[in-house]
Design a protein around this ligand. Sequence first.
Ligand code: 9YT
Length: 132
Amino acid sequence: MIVRTLEEARKSDRRVSAENWESVRLSLKDDQMGFSFHITTIYANTETPIHYQNHLETVYCISGEGEVETVADGKVYPIKPGTVYILDKNDKHLLRGFTDMTMACVFNPPLNGKETHDENGVYPLEAEAVAD
Ligand code: 9YT
């Protein structure tokens, strides 16, 4: 069994940050679980364009308020504690935080931990999860 705490992980290289968010990767590919699990904070008053073309992601809101817009159809979904959104179609989306939002995120396939951000707060191309 593997046991970690958010508090410890936050002080390690499991914590990555970008302009619009920070994320603590609590479980990564090398745990060999078939997914990775992250606690991400989306900062207040931000909009982040995201398109994980090679990853499926499920995101559960623990705290905070915001919304997510699917770019293909312009639909806007409010996010509040208890909301989950599931990017089952590798959906290109815009994630907006009205307040800081704490989100639990699961990625399939798992991230390896090297994925960080570019200046826009999204993954660079070589990480296979890209935004434009
Ligand atoms: C909410 C969301 O899409 N989070 C993505 C994970 C986070 N940006 C990370 O760990 O890189």
